[in-house]
Each structure stands twice: as C-alpha cells, then as structure tokens.
Write a protein that binds this ligand. Sequence first.
Ligand code: SFD
Ligand code: AMP
Length: 630
Amino acid sequence: MAKWETVEVTTDVLICGGGMAACGAAVEAAHWAKKNNLKVTLVDKAAMDRSGAVAMGLSAINQYVDINSGANTVKDYIDYVRNDLMGITREDLVANIARHVDSSVHLFEKWGLPIWKDKEGKYVHEGRWQLMINGESYKIIVAEAAKNALGVDNIYERVFITEPLIDDQGRCVGAVGFSVRENKFYVFKAKAVLAMMGGAVHVFKPRSTGEGLGRSWYPPFNSGASAYFTIKAGAEMTCQEVRFIPVRFKDAYGPVGAWFLLFKSRATNALGEAYMQTRRDELDKWKPYGLVKPVPANLRNWLMMLDVMEGKGPIYMRTEEALQRISEEVPDEKERKKKLKELESEAWEDFLDMTISQALLWASTNTFPEEKPSEIAACEPYFIGSHSGASGAWVSGPEDLAPKEYFWGYPNMTTVQGLFAAGDASGASSHKFSSGSHAEGRIAAKGAISFVADNGDGGDVPDAKIEELKERILRPLDLFEQNQNASTDPDVNPNYIRPKQFMFRLQKIMDEYAGGVSTNFTTSEKMLEKGLELLEFLREDAEKLGAENHHELLRCWENVHRMWQAEAHMRTIMFREETRWPGYYFRADKPEMKDDWKVFANCKYDPKANEWSMMKRDIISITESAPAMA
Ligand code: SFD
Ligand code: AMP
C-alpha cells in the first residue's frame, strides 16, 4: 500500500463536525478561547459551506421561541417537546436550548440570512415556533461566521473522524481520522472534544432504489459518526430506540411543514377521508399524549399508516384545496388571481430552498400544486436527536436548571470526561432543529472551554496505540490491494467485502428485523434477537472490509459507524418493553404504552470488556406540568 503520512495536530478544544452545532460551537469557542488563550480546531469530513443536513438549504427555522416579545415562554416550549415525545424528554436540556435559541436566530439574520417579514416588519411565522426564510444559502452564511471566528488555519476539511482517543483514566483526549483526498492519517490531540457529527441515515433500507438510492430525507453524508464516537468512547447513550420517521412528499422527500402549518392543508386518503378526523378515536388509546395539541408527530404518522394498512392509499397532501381556499379569501377577482400566483411561487420556493429534487419531481410529472394533490408517505427511519427523534448521548444539564441526577459539572458533557455533544449528537432534547442545534453547540463549546480551564491536560495516548489504530483504519486499502485479483468481478471476492455490499446487508437486517419499511415499522423481541444474531456476523465481516481508494475507505468507516448505531437501536427497542411511539415503531409483542416505562432507556458500551449494559433513568420534570389537553 502507498505510504500514508501521520499528521499530528495539538490543540485545546477539538470540534468534530462542521454542521449547525459545530458552527455554533466555533463562534462561541473562539470568543472564550481568546479570553483564556486557548486554541480551537475544527474537523469536518466535507466542506463546511455545504456540509451536513443544511447542505441544500432550508425554507424555515423551526425553533424560535420569541421570548422577548412575550409570545411564548420556555415552559411553553418544554410542554411542546415533552408532549411530542410522548413524555420522554430531558426538560433541563430543552429549557437550556430554548432560552438561548432566539439569539442564534438573531445572529443568523445579522450575518445575512433573509427571514421573511410582514408589512409591519415582524417575522413571518410558518407555525407557532417556525419562521419562514429564504434559506438556500443558510449553511454558507452560518459557516462563514464560523470560519471567520476560528480562522481557516484552524479548520480541517475533508478529514473523516474515525475513532476517539481515550487516555488511561477514561478521559477523551482527541480523535483520529484520515483525509479523503490525500494519503494523510490525522491524529488530533486535545484537552476537550466536541462530538457534533450529525445523526445517521441508510442504517435502514431506504425506499429509494437503483439510481435513486442515495435519495433520502436525511442527508446521506451523515452516517452515525456521532453515535459511534460517543459509544466507543464509553459514553452513556439515551433514547437510542427513538428513531424519526418523517412524513414527506413521496419519492423526492419534500417538506410538509409549510403545507400543514402555513397553508393549513389537509392530508387525505384516496377516498378523500382526512385520517386526522376519521381516526381520531385511535388517539384515546395513547392518552394523555394522544389528546395534546399538536398531536405528536409519531401519532400523526400512525393514523396515516392505519389508512395505508387498510388499503386506503395513496395518501395525498391536498395542495389544490389549500391554495384555492386561501386565494378565495380574497374578494376581488384580479387580486385573487394575484394571490394564487403568489402562493404558487411560495410553494415552489419551499422546495427549491431545501429539497430541490422535489421541485424537479413536480416539474417532471407535470404537477401544478394548485390543480392536483401530491402523494405523501412515511420515510424510512432516521437517527436524528435534533428533530422529532431523540437519540444521542446522555449529557449533563446546566447547573441552574438541572436536577442533581442530571448534572455532572459542565453543560453538555457526556458521561466521559472531556467529551461534549450537541445537535443530533446529544439525546433526549428533541425539536432543536437547525437553530437550536446552533445554540446548543454554543452552550457545549462554552462548557468545553470551562472544562479545559479547570482541568488542563489529559493523559497521553501511547504511540503504539496510535499505530495500531492507523493500521486498523487503513486496513481496507491493503485488503483490497492484496486480494483484488482473486476474482474476475471486484464486487465478489472471497477475501474482502466492499462497503456497498456491507451496507446492503446491514440495511436488510434492519429493515426486516428491526421494523423498517418492509415490515411496516413493526418488530418484536424475537425478531430483534434474530436481527442481533445476524448483526454479530456482520460485525465479524467488518474486519474484512475492502477499499479501492480514499473514497471507498470513507464508505467502509461510514458503514462501521452505521452498524454500531444499528446495534444500540436494536438493543434499546428490545429493552423498552412497550410500544410508546406507534408511527415510529410498533412492538407487536408489547403493543401498549406502559406507565412503568415512563423512563429513559439508556445504554452503554464498555470498550474494555466489549460488553453492553442497559439501564433505566428516571424522568425528572422541572416544570411539573401535566400535558396540556386539547
Ligand atoms: O423542515 C463529520 N432540519 C430543519 N431544521 C430547521 O430549523 N428548519 C427546517 O426547515 C429543517 N428541515 C430539514 C432539516 C434537516 C433535513 C435533513 C432536511 C430538512 C432535509 C433539521 C436541521 O438541519 C438539523 O437539526 C441540524 O442540521 C442538526 O445540526 P447538527 O450539527 O447536529 O448536524 P449537521 O448540521 O447535519 O452537521 C453534521 C456535520 O458533521 C460532519 N460529519 N465530520 C467529520 N468526521 C465525520 N465522521 C463526520 N460525519 C459527519 C458533516 O459533514 C457535518 O458538517 S425540515 O424538513 O424539518
Ligand atoms: P416538517 O416539514 O415536517 O419537518 O415540519 C416543520 C415543522 O413543522 C416541524 O417543527 C414540525 O414538527 C412541524 N409540523 C409539521 N407538520 C405538522 C403538523 N401537522 N402539526 C403540527 N406541527 C407540524
């Protein structure tokens, strides 16, 4: 194999990732680092301008609490999140983000993000918490501020973080990774590390096949690095069972928020029945959360799925009905036509700002939203702690809000000393979205700087250990090179498995045994046991991954990361002996929600013993409020 240079970078605070949380962390860390004379370094597997979930842009900022105007309180937001997650949420974390998020939004505007304004100059809301933006360049704007704050010399792009570095006291003291363009193996040594590498997609078999394979709602480049990094560091993880299944415009995954909230559109089955009305009785079964407003996202999915299972699909977003209704509110005919044109253009922009492929699909299928409805469907499951899922690391809350059970010194520090998490990487604090992830990144960065100021250096990791990691991480290149001539088809070889084939195997296991699309998101203890058995074989074969080039090496490690996310997920679904989020997953052998399962289901991997442990953690409310009934 060609020689790979080892590049060592010594820093104080290492930010892994370059997305919304990482950009927030960069801005905040740079500020506090200057005061404390510390160095901050950021590593992204891609180019920050367009990396992560916001790559294509977004058409809304989904978390804006608007505290200053008195429109909402932090408690209102806590109620919203708790109810949406069927009671399972860390209120201290949600509150900490909610009280800081508005300032991130104001920064975005200051940096040049166009937020829609009405005639009086007030932000245009999509819904109670959501603001409309012209957000095609959202990520570029946020990344520019981060780059300016850190300085480009402190930023490493196109370096894939593979593994955490842990000293003999169990403290996280850095990370290793490799360049996806050059023969460079990177060793980052730091006093505190921030894991902010997004969530995971393509753990489950996607609906898209063939040439459309990479198309999913969640960005294909987020492949479970945060979960892997924190799990392998030995951090306690939470809500690993809470996958997110969004409902999206079918096949191109266009957003539905603007249609439901801004245009107040209905969704109906093929018979014209609105499942949110016709299936209302079902919500009683999931009391008290079934009766809150808005109806939790998973239950909205569930009512739709019941229609689909009864053969009443396709399901449609009634765009034509909504646009006609709004335009008809305008009495003057000429003005009405103008209004319809305006609405049409808003509808197209909603897609063009964040899911261009949906606009292409509309164009290629001659869809005029004002004339005919469009199909919507439940996507495949994703792991995203920042949206309506909740999976991530179990982190410390803030000193002034967290109960003692949830506080261990520094906000957003995981249970591993010196390792912090935010955005999709931190769990049990859903509905932070892009803006809340940025705010949480800032909170975590400030915590990390305090940690470094208080604790100084960690221990060193021996060179032999680093060499071992380097050999292990680059091994797929060797395996391919040495064995590529053993067969005529490079995809089929007795001595290695290519990452794509490996991914297909993982996806098949998850799809069939862990409640993917093919099984209508249904699983059971027995199915999970079988899935875990098959996953063990896959884990053995992970040692035989082969890579033809840098790009495939990246694919190999993305899939190893996904595999660990998959294992944490299956183990936790099995541990939680109930069904709490129908519409996300259904446990056929435990079909009801149980009071004694109103707890966090946490898990932890012990790297030394190579063992998982599962534990319940109490839910401690800081507001003591009952769910707001409809
Ligand atoms: O409407 C490594 N989200 C939306 N949020 C909103 O506020 N408004 C919307 O309109 C949103 N919509 C939406 C959203 C997401 C997606 C996918 C779509 C539409 C299509 C949610 C937000 O985007 C999300 O909450 C935040 O982006 C989360 O922030 P963060 O930082 O946790 O994740 P990231 O931004 O994806 O960044 C991850 C970074 O990690 C890098 N990375 N770097 C080094 N080594 C590795 N191994 C790495 N693995 C990953 C990535 O490159 C990236 O920089 S709507 O549909 O809901
Ligand atoms: P989405 O496009 O589905 O990601 O939605 C954007 C925002 O609107 C998120 O904050 C969602 O939780 C919220 N949302 C979407 N659909 C609904 C709905 N039917 N009722 C209430 N909130 C919704």
